[in-house]
Design a binder for this molecule. Structure first.
Ligand code: AHR
Length: 499
């Protein structure tokens, strides 16, 4: 067994972990909304047609904020199509996903769903076919108390109290050629700034997110980010980052994905700080990593216009869950600048939760690392000192075989350590050194692994890959623990200081 060591020190703190780091995303795409969160004929549907079995799983995941309604969808979406009596709502073509949108769910229903699921809405406005004023009317409808045409219309629709949506994304991936009415950086920067002014004039309490590069693979990356920020720096609080990874056949590359994700965050942070210096301002811009996941984009297929077609319903393996877990660790390790993030997406579409129309709901392998970090990473993120060997990846350079993150909650005295062993063959004999905490006891330990790294959970075998609780280890000398960390495994260890 290889020997490795992680030193966890309470004085090496990164930042408070904003719980919105564990957000997710529901887009009008495929079966995310229709037969995902909403299915009026389903046996578990509530009075509004929301699937209770899905709400229960979302609550289990603990998802404090959910981005809506897109995604690429939003750039051709007229939000007024989704309000008012359902039988009067228009059926439209959705250009983004070549689908038919029935508009049976809109911003009012989604706000209700979020409340039921214990989440908040992160709303996105249309910067493709939509105007600055359309965005202004939408926030007026959602957040203005009353006495104006749009706010009174909301009341007329049965919502006397404003939705009070606190986070607004100004468009989606406007640098992408696939986007309805793509813009160049200068045009988007100008439009985003004027939209931001209107949004804040209507509700000064909101926080705004401008579109950063949609991936590091864009030719315009990272110039796009600099140009956009030079327009909007003073008007928004966050710049968005999006990045998906997939196994394209080179396992080392795939297992090093989070190294690249970390470099991406560092680059965008530098660009924010460059514009900060240029603007001679004290204002610090934060990041919203509002789309991230493993996504097998090469498997996408063309299809005709349909209502809620089966689209990008990736099935995740144990291997995918490892890369996914290392991406979650990366977010925690950058929590000084990444304050919000959205796992894209939540239900059916590249999602931890899958549903059958009229049938059950399933936890994919990726459900578990998300559930662990979202429920357990509380308080401050800690900077770990990890001694382990490395491996080389063609695409992203040198990466560590142990990828990790930790949190420390001073109030409860609990320390939680997350470790992914991406060593393809060997277990590690890991020494966890918590010396600065005095006497420490381990209170729980779980592992997610499978002999077959390509094993998946399916409706036929829903519990093929599930976490296992392990016996806790005793401390050696008060605060040092010796643990065997199997190859290709996701590990969660919870400790408590004994005062
Ligand atoms: O999450 C799926 C799609 O990925 C989103 O609609 C888009 O923003 C991104 O390209």
């Amino acid at each position: 067994m290889k020997k490795s060591r992680i030193i966890v020190d309470k004085d090496y703190q990164i930042a408070d972990i904003d719980e919105r780091l564990f957000g997710s995303f529901v887009e009008h795409l495929g079966r995310a909304v229709y037969s995902g969160i909403y299915e009026p004929d389903h046996p578990t549907a509530d009075e509004q047609g929301f699937r209770q079995d899905v709400i229960d799983l979302v609550k289990e995941l603990h998802v404090p904020i959910v981005r809506y309604p897109g995604g690429n969808f939003v750039s051709g979406y007229n939000w007024t199509d989704g309000i008012g009596p359902k039988d009067k709502r228009p059926v439209r073509l959705d250009y983004a996903w070549k689908s038919i949108e029935t508009n049976q769910v809109g911003i009012n229903e989604f706000s209700d769903w979020c409340r039921k699921a214990g989440s908040q809405v992160m709303a996105a406005v249309n910067m493709g076919t939509g105007s600055e004023q359309d965005a202004g009317y939408m926030i007026e409808y959602c957040n203005f108390p009353g006495g104006t045409s749009w706010s009174d219309l909301r009341k007329q629709h049965g919502y006397d109290q404003p939705h009070d949506i606190k986070v607004w994304c100004i468009g989606n991936e406007m640098d992408g050629d696939w986007q309805t009415c793509q813009l160049d950086a200068e045009s988007y920067g100008r439009k985003a700034r004027q939209t931001a002014k209107i949004l804040k004039w209507v509700d000064p309490s909101v926080e705004l997110v401008a579109c950063g590069s949609s991936t590091t693979l864009q030719k315009t990356y990272p110039e796009w980010d600099r140009i956009v920020l030079e327009h909007v720096y003073n008007d928004v609080e966050y710049l968005s980052l999006h990045r998906y990874y997939e196994n394209e056949g080179n396992l080392n590359d795939f297992l090093a994905s989070s190294t690249d994700m970390s470099e991406f965050i560092k680059t965008i942070t530098s660009i924010c700080d460059y514009v900060k210096a240029k603007n001679r301002t004290k204002k610090q811009l934060m990041l919203s990593f509002d789309e991230w996941n493993v996504w097998y984009q090469k498997d996408q297929k063309d299809h005709g216009y349909e209502i809620a077609p089966t689209l990008i319903e990736d099935q995740y393996s144990m291997l995918d869950a490892l890369v996914f877990g290392s991406m979650m660790c990366t977010l925690v390790n950058h929590s000084d600048r990444v304050k919000m993030a959205c796992l894209a997406q939540l239900v059916n579409v590249i999602a931890p939760i899958m549903t059958q129309k009229g049938g059950g709901a399933l936890r994919q392998t990726t459900f578990y690392p998300f559930r662990d970090v979202s429920n357990l990473a509380k308080g401050r993120a800690l900077q770990l000192l990890t001694h382990c060997d490395t491996f080389e990846s063609e695409r992203y350079g040198t990466a560590k075989t142990l990828q990790s993150a930790a949190s420390y909650d001073e109030e409860s005295g609990e320390i939680v350590l997350f470790v992914v062993n991406v060593d393809q063959t060997e277990a590690h004999q890991l020494n966890v050194d918590l010396r600065s905490f005095g006497n420490v006891e381990m209170i729980s330990r779980s592992i997610l692994r499978h002999d077959d790294i390509y094993a998946k959970n399916t409706f036929e075998e829903p519990f093929k890959v599930v976490p296992e609780e392990l016996a806790v280890a005793a401390a050696d000398g008060g605060s040092s623990f010796e643990l065997a960390i199997p190859a290709m495994s996701w590990n969660v260890m919870k400790f408590r200081c004994q005062g």
